[in-house]
Design a protein around this ligand. Structure first.
Ligand code: FAD
Length: 466
């Protein structure tokens, strides 16, 4: 079977590998010269490289003295930091290129659009065109930043995450529209480097859908870092008023109070939109919903039975690992297997410091469902490992069913939450109880002991160290 995949992000390249493993003849089409999509080039990987570099600097100037380490003058070499970030990106994209070769995947750098139900037109980087027929096609074209026209996005001083990952100076002031994951991650980077960062958020609190105890902790630490949050504000207009200044006007939700502020940069992080512009979906009978996401059924099949879609372009949580799971799922569906998607068990992580991670239901969602539950909590400050490293902020919360004790949700704000959450994902996958989690021996001293203690607290208030 001939499978053509459009887009080489974590959805597309993983689909290509799994399809090749299953014995299909695979072609991967990517419009840019580099493979890896948003995630590797202008998303997950470069943002994490800058988050790590900036956190090292921040620790050096604020945290090391407590450990008995005195430093003299510490300077940021931004070009070097950006160069390292780019090296990390290049290593990863080279890795994908190698994997494509290893799996005998035919890679074509071209912009793909549909010509018919089973045919694509490829406009190659050198200007030439090629028509390609397929038995099955997987669309994995991802998403782009959402920039309302009144924000006057110009890639110079009015920027999105893409440009914020490659600035050639540390701004004195930066205003960020939207205190979502991307806004607070990139806000953390520049705040740690010395920028006065102000976030303007329409909602009344931080990350409204996440656990409120965790977001309260996170907000406290981000404010302690110097980040300024203005909640319940709606941005009206952004305009560049000189070579080096941008003006932003915002108002209260009711419109009763207006403010105009000036900053060196305005970063627009008001979500992302599906990227389908060039595809000419209508020529293949593929439909989108009212927000532009490609419509799919439970098998991730579009209205055209020969075409499937995965990743950001179909909506849901816009995460790289969600795209990867869908990629494997579709490849196995094409092979006639009966794979399953467990959307409920996809962990959500925010790479601030402390990190935040969660999986499963929040208390608010369970209340809405009318499901009885019990909650266990454990603060990091009561943990020997956290005291040793001086990472005292945050907590672990375990939510379990009131009758069966099955773990229904785990929420963590604290050091290494991104890695800790995997214990919860694994246990929840096997429908473990809070007591199951509590009975596991957790290495001492380790941050993971906070999970055991929160689980003990959830299954009968039996926490040992709090
Ligand atoms: P993409 O990665 O967007 O890839 C789509 C590809 O399709 C692109 O390469 C594009 O060029 C190509 N394409 C589009 N149209 C065509 C066409 N017509 N022809 C040929 N090629 C085409 N997620 C996480 O899980 N963890 C994180 O830490 C994280 N951090 C992020 C940080 C930032 C700043 C951003 C912006 C995003 C972050 N994300 C993170 C989200 C993550 O990057 C996306 O969820 C993920 O990349 C989606 O994968 P995808 O394969 O659906 O699409």
């Amino acid at each position: 079977m001939k499978v053509v995949i459009i887009g080489s992000g974590p959805g597309g390249y993983v689909a290509a590998i799994r399809c090749a493993q299953l014995g299909f003849e695979v072609t991967l089409v990517e419009k840019y010269n580099k493979l890896g999509g948003t995630c590797l080039n202008v998303g997950c990987i470069p943002s994490k490289a800058l988050l790590d570099s900036s956190e090292h600097y921040h620790q050096l100037i604020t945290g090391f003295e407590d450990h008995g380490i005195k430093t003299k003058t510490v300077l940021v070499d931004l070009p070097k930091m950006m160069h390292r970030k780019q090296e990390v990106v290049e290593q990863n994209t080279r890795g994908i290129k190698y994997l494509m070769k290893k799996n005998n995947i035919n890679v074509i750098h071209a912009k793909a659009s549909f010509k018919g139900a089973q045919e694509l037109l490829l406009l190659k980087v050198d200007g030439s065109e090629e028509r390609v027929e397929f038995d099955k096609c997987i669309i994995a074209t991802g998403s782009k930043p959402n920039c309302p026209s009144s924000f006057n996005y110009n890639k110079k001083r009015i920027i999105t995450s893409t440009e914020a990952l490659s600035l050639n100076e540390i701004p004195k002031t930066m205003m960020i529209i939207g205190a979502g994951v991307i806004g607070i991650e990139l806000g953390s980077v520049y705040s740690r480097l010395g920028t006065q960062v102000t976030l303007i958020e329409y909602m009344d609190k931080l990350l409204e859908n996440m656990d409120p105890d965790c977001t309260k902790e996170l907000l406290k630490t981000l404010e302690a870092l110097g980040m300024l949050f203005k909640f319940g504000r709606s941005v009206q207009e952004v305009s560049q008023i000189s070579d080096s200044k941008v003006q932003l006007s915002h108002q209260s939700k009711q419109g009763s109070e207006h403010t105009t502020e000036v900053a060196d940069y305005v970063l627009i992080s008001t979500g992302r939109r599906p990227y389908t512009e060039d595809l000419l979906l209508e020529l293949a009978g593929i439909k989108t919903d009212d927000k532009g996401y490609i419509k799919v059924n439970n098998n991730l099949q579009t209205d055209n039975p020969h075409v499937y879609a995965i990743g950001d372009v179909i909506g849901g949580v816009m995460l790289a690992h969600k795209a990867e799971e869908e990629a494997v799922f579709v490849a196995e569906v094409l092979a006639g297997q009966k794979p399953e998607m467990h959307y409920h068990l996809i962990p959500n992580v925010i790479y601030t410091w402390p990190e935040m991670a969660s999986v499963g239901f929040t208390e608010a969602q369970l209340i809405e469902k009318g499901r009885a539950f019990q909650v266990g909590k454990f603060p990091f400050k009561a943990l020997g490992r956290a005291r040793a490293s001086n990472d005292l902020d945050g907590l672990v919360k375990v939510i379990a069913d009131a009758q069966t004790d099955e773990i229904l949700g785990v929420h963590i704000c604290g050091a290494r939450a991104a890695d800790l959450i995997m214990e919860a994902v694994a246990l929840m996958n096997f429908k473990a109880s809070a007591e199951d989690m509590a009975m596991l021996s957790h290495a001492h001293p380790s941050f993971s002991e906070a999970l055991k203690e929160a689980a003990l607290d959830a299954c009968g208030k039996r926490a040992l160290h709090f």
